[in-house]
Design a protein around this ligand. Structure first.
Ligand code: CP
Ligand code: NVA
Length: 309
């Protein structure tokens, strides 16, 4: 049994294995409908319990289809209906019950500490479905999409992030170390990645390139990633933050500095950080990106349950 909490803690070899498995599974079920089960029904009889402390559309739907396509089933808990959230039951006892009833637990949470606490008491795998500090299932799936669209290993591409230093970027930075790709980040000085993640990159003898000028970040990029300026977890002055990002808008003018055949990706939901013509334009693969999460979630579940081929 393996947990999937942070890309930093998973070996590059295992991450690559997950992507390779997802590629094979996606090809193998080309003619199957959404709810038809993969050959061999590898997670037959298994229950994935999901809990969302914050909103979700894509993560919820993709895990639903993922476990179904592997032959298992899923149940989504509403945190406000559990004794835990009212302080009437301990996390330890909740974890014990989850472990006795289910086979894996997916948690989207407001607290990184809670993920660690659950990990301590669960005897089934835990998957991080987004926390304040990371969004690992999103980024692993995005690596899959980049390689699918570009038809080459991500290590051969220049990747660029324009936007806030948030959970999604933290996971992209972790991926840049694990998959050895060049990562340029464009953001205002005040919103640069934190010291801790920079220290981790240095410790791993890798480099990220940070620019406070969006043009410098975009020059020569094969793939541009972005995300909302304001995340679910943001508590600061939103108006001021949006103002600080005013010059970082992803529009056709800025994209002229990327490579001619650049690809645009966005985890969704979107805000004003990207213009409509780029978001819906021919370089954008955002819908394919969202759908690919089903395929990668499946291989993550198999990895966690010791069934990866
Ligand atoms: N990208 C993503 O995780 O979407 P949801 O918040 O809708 O799950
Ligand atoms: N950074 C965003 C990602 C949403 C999928 C958030 O945390 O709200």
């Amino acid at each position: 049994m393996k947990n999937f909490i942070n890309l930093k803690d998973i070996s590059a070899k295992d991450l690559r294995k997950i992507i390779t498995d997802a590629k094979k599974r996606k090809i193998a079920r080309k003619k199957l409908n959404n709810l038809e089960v993969d050959k061999g029904s590898p997670l037959k009889g298994k229950l994935l319990i999901q809990m969302f402390e914050k909103s979700s559309l894509r993560t919820r739907l993709s895990f639903y289809l993922a476990i179904k396509q592997l032959g298992g089933s899923t149940l989504t808990l509403r945190p406000n209906e559990l004794h835990l959230s009212k302080g009437a039951e301990s996390l330890e006892d909740t974890a014990k019950i989850l472990s006795n009833f289910g086979n894996a637990f997916m948690l989207r949470t407001n607290s990184d500490k809670k993920l660690e606490e659950f990990k301590k008491y669960l005897s089934i795998p835990i998957i991080n479905g987004l926390s304040p500090s990371s969004h690992p299932t999103q980024i692993l799936s995005d690596i899959f999409t980049v390689e699918e669209v570009k038809k080459k290993p991500i290590s051969k591409l220049n990747i660029c992030w324009i936007g806030d230093s948030n959970n999604v970027l933290n996971s992209l930075i972790a991926a840049s170390v694990k998959f050895s790709f060049k990562l340029s980040i464009g953001c205002p000085k005040r919103f640069e990645p934190g010291k801790e993640i920079k220290k981790w990159v240095n410790k791993n003898n890798k480099k990220i390139h940070i620019f406070n000028d969006p043009i410098k970040a975009v020059v020569g990029a094969d793939v541009i990633f972005s995300d909302k300026v304001i995340s679910l977890n943001d508590k600061g002055n939103k108006r001021k933050k949006i103002q600080a990002f005013k010059n970082f808008k992803i529009n056709k003018k800025l994209m002229r500095f990327a490579k001619k055949n650049f690809t645009f990706l966005h985890c969704l939901p979107r805000g004003d950080e990207v213009s409509e013509d780029v978001f819906l334009g021919k370089h954008s693969h955002v819908w394919q990106q969202a759908l690919n999460r089903v395929h990668v979630q499946k291989s993550i579940l198999l990895y966690c349950l010791g069934k990866l081929r």
